[in-house]
Design a protein around this ligand. Structure first.
Ligand code: ZN
Length: 290
């Protein structure tokens, strides 16, 4: 009897070890507390549901993102909103304490990002391209590019052990055409988690129901009730699938599933990270199926 229990425990140990090894570690980096949510929230929910580990990082504390509040008081509100969003997405949410609207791609922040990517033992790192209307988004893109490759160099930030493999670095989708338009190398069907994505994003109340509508002159359109607000936000943030993205969905999911995809998130492979084969992308994005 004892022997059987021992064998069972050993077996269980092997199985759990196997599962642990297959865990995929993803770091999504945005400039502001809500950027990761908008650009990769649905994909993050799917990774989390499959038991993988997702970290959202906001490089600034968001202390400039409001028309009536500001400074430390706003940073505290946004930190709390990010923590609530993290719970709803099923991810860990880290907000770095740099001022919003003033982000520069400094060596200190680059080293901070290198350490975070290493500590999370990242297989995939996702962030914005360095062409964007917002300087914080552009500089976040530069910071991530500057961290790619350096994450494996032992003499850079030597207090944090280097990664053994350069992660796959991916850019989030944007509509900017110059110098080059975004290429949807990878497209994730988020139709089945879109409502959860919207609910999680809605945790950033100061943004989606106050600041962003104020910037676009829509503050008086924001409904009061919670259910109405979620419906309104879902409509406002509905991602459109263009022809290139559609082709990418067909590549990864096949014609039938792509035809039924209502909402998707797309990513472009950054040339400075590891260059994955299609086979490896399928391993890193288990939601595609085999
Ligand atoms: Zn932003």
């Amino acid at each position: 009897m004892k022997k059987t229990v021992l064998i069972l425990f050993t077996l269980f140990g092997f199985i759990t070890a196997g599962i642990t090894q297959e865990k995929i570690n993803i770091v999504v980096i945005g400039a502001h507390p809500d950027d990761c949510d908008i650009d990769a929230g649905g994909t993050a929910i799917q990774f989390a549901k499959l038991g993988h580990k997702v970290l959202f990082v906001s490089v600034t504390n968001g202390d400039a993102g409001h028309h009536e509040k500001g400074g430390g008081a706003l940073a505290k509100i946004r930190m709390a909103e990010a923590q609530e969003a993290g719970k709803r997405f099923g991810v860990t949410y880290k907000v770095l304490d740099h001022h919003d609207g003033e982000l520069m791609p400094t060596l200190d922040i680059r080293l901070q990002i290198i350490r975070l990517i290493r500590e999370w033992n990242a297989d995939v790192v996702i962030g914005p391209r360095p062409n964007d209307y917002h300087p914080d988004h552009r500089n976040t893109g530069i910071l991530i590019q500057d961290a790619a490759y350096m994450v494996i160099v032992p003499n850079v930030a030597p207090d944090t052990p280097p990664l053994k493999k350069n992660p796959v670095f991916l850019y989030t989708e944007d509509g900017f055409q110059k110098p080059t338009p975004f290429e949807p190398d990878i497209a994730v069907d988020i139709t089945d988690v879109y409502d959860q994505k919207v609910y999680a994003m809605a945790a950033h109340e100061s943004q989606f129901f106050e600041w962003l509508p104020w910037t676009s002159g829509k503050l008086d359109e924001v409904p009061k009730g919670e259910a109405e607000r979620l419906k309104w936000l879902a409509e406002q943030r509905k991602p459109r699938i263009d022809e290139k993205e559609k082709q990418s969905l067909i590549k990864w999911y096949g014609e039938e599933k792509a035809a039924n995809t209502k909402y998707a998130e797309a990513f472009e492979i950054c040339e400075y990270g590891r260059r994955p084969s299609d086979e490896e992308i399928r391993e890193l994005f288990p939601m595609f199926g085999k």
